[in-house]
Design a binder for this molecule. Structure first.
Ligand SMILES: [Ca+2]
Ligand SMILES: [Ca+2]
Ligand SMILES: [Ca+2]
Ligand SMILES: [Ca+2]
Length: 485
């Protein structure tokens, strides 16, 4: 569009009628070429705003992050997929997109000899694997899926028509004026944060892909890093600048199954939030928002009235998600079991809160209220996922400019405001220039370049904490009244 604008501008200057005609023909030709070039492919956002960065939001965790038992088909009346402008068919150009990876839905029970294999392997047999998004409708977009297509079967839509908090988050951000939203979602049910390979922790086939960043092999955090690399490589190849504006974490239930895991949660969670902030180059204004999981509805209602023992989480005096304990949780007479798990649940919840209290960029969403669960009393249903997403998105000020805000001099148009947030005459997309020598970006203590990496949130020439694209003052401070750090 820049080239079209420039030619049109030259055309006005030129007083010669025939030149005007030629220029007009050129404009039409360019527009036609542009249409041919784009075909019928959807853009993520229509111009103006081509130089506005995309916002990546990351959703990660275990089953409630995945959205197990939260189904598109069970969304409340009037709130179904396609009823909101961020996920509708009417104007898909401003829809949110998602790049996801998660459980392939295969379990030990799907293999006729699964349990035999498990026992023979001494606990090392793992049937479960991963599936990732793949845009078969528009292969040029690789794994990037328009929200309007979430109701398609995998690898476009997610497992069994499920969805997590991403739809509620996206709708709230859109309502706040946000466009060009991309989710990166990597989730796997029943995975602990604890490193299950390190003594005294217990390795178990039921937790094959734990979330600890240092777990060896290709576990959940490894997959998250791989998908982050794949997504940002895709964006870079397509000249799409971005910032990483939030991380949403729904996890913790499985760590309450083992006393060692429970006792390590505070240290593990503290480590996770800082690793994420570094590894995924979070925007200085981005927050890590965690849902403080809640099994109160489960413990209050599950046992013994309706014979639902909330799985292993409540009813059994187990310690450790070992094959024997899991087997017992399915078969043992619940009347002789002793529910000691509440203390571990409280410990994990308190650990999450302490880490949140320690960092002003870590927020905790309390859930100890009337949230509707699915019939298993563990998993958020569709209504609850929408509500949870909305709440999580509201927990901090987003690092972007609402449209048509007047921070630029009056001589500049609102469109320039979108493409040049800090009104310094340099387009947002041209402010990917790295950091000052006094504030090198480090990952794990090692310096890492931030220039021309596609991410605009990690560049800071004057080392004042304000990324260059929203910093028009050389020296301390952004010079912009509506930018918070
Ligand atoms: Ca600028
Ligand atoms: Ca950068
Ligand atoms: Ca700065
Ligand atoms: Ca500054």
């Amino acid at each position: 569009m820049q080239r079209v604008k420039k030619i049109f501008s030259n055309n006005l200057i030129n007083k010669l009628r025939y030149m005007s005609l030629i220029a007009a023909i050129a404009v039409v030709a360019l527009l036609i070429l542009n249409n041919i070039d784009n075909g019928n492919k959807q853009r993520l956002e229509a111009a103006p705003g081509d130089d506005e960065p995309y916002s990546i939001y990351i959703v990660a965790g275990q089953s409630n992050a995945e959205g197990s038992n939260s189904f598109l088909a069970e969304m409340p009346p009037g709130q179904g997929l396609g009823t909101h402008p961020v996920d509708d068919d009417a104007d898909p150009n401003d829809n949110a997109h998602i790049w996801w990876k998660g459980a392939d839905g295969v379990g030990i029970e799907d293999d006729p000899n699964g349990f035999v294999k498990l026992l023979e392997s001494g606990g090392s047999y793992v049937a479960a694997g991963w599936e990732e998004s793949n845009n078969t409708a528009d292969p040029s977009k690789e794994g990037l899926i328009n929200f309007k297509d979430l109701d398609q079967p995998p690898p476009i839509g997610q497992l069994k028509g499920q969805f997590g908090s991403e739809i509620g988050i996206a709708r709230e951000l859109y309502n706040q004026g946000k466009r060009k939203i991309i989710f990166l979602k990597v989730t796997y049910g029943f995975q602990a944060l604890a490193n299950t390979t390190t003594p005294p922790n217990i390795g178990t086939p039921f937790v094959p892909y734990d979330w600890h960043p240092d777990s060896p092999g290709q576990k959940s955090y490894y997959h998250l890093q791989q998908e982050y690399a794949d997504l940002t490589d895709y964006l870079n190849r397509n000249n799409m600048k971005y910032t990483v504006d939030g991380f949403f974490w729904l996890q913790g239930e499985t760590d309450s199954l083992d006393t060692d895991w429970t006792n390590q949660y505070e240290a593990n969670f503290d480590y996770l939030v800082n690793r994420v902030k570094e590894d995924m180059h979070l925007h200085p204004s981005a927050h890590f928002v965690a849902r403080k999981f809640n099994l109160r509805v489960c413990t209050d209602n599950g046992y013994p009235a309706v014979g639902n023992y909330c799985g292993a989480a409540y009813a059994l005096d187990i310690d450790g998600a070992t094959p024997l304990n899991i087997l017992n949780s399915l078969t043992i007479n619940a009347l002789i079991s002793i529910p000691l798990n509440n203390e571990r649940i409280r410990t994990v919840r308190a650990s999450m809160q302490r880490v949140s209290d320690k960092y002003d960029w870590v927020d905790m969403l309390e859930t100890d209220d009337d949230q509707p669960f699915y019939n298993d009393f563990i998993h958020l249903n569709a209504t609850a996922q929408l509500k949870t997403g909305e709440r999580m998105a509201k927990m901090y000020k987003q690092p972007y400019y609402p449209r048509n805000t007047a921070v630029c001099p009056s001589s500049r148009s609102p469109h320039l405001n979108i493409d040049d947030y800090d009104c310094d005459g340099v387009l947002n997309t041209a402010e990917d220039n790295g950091r000052g020598s006094g504030c090198q970006y480090t990952v794990g203590g090692s310096p890492e370049a931030t220039n021309n990496n596609g991410n605009l949130g990690d560049d800071d020439a004057d080392c004042d904490g304000f990324p260059d694209y929203i910093d028009n003052k050389n020296g301390k401070g952004s010079g912009l009244t509506d930018v918070q750090n």
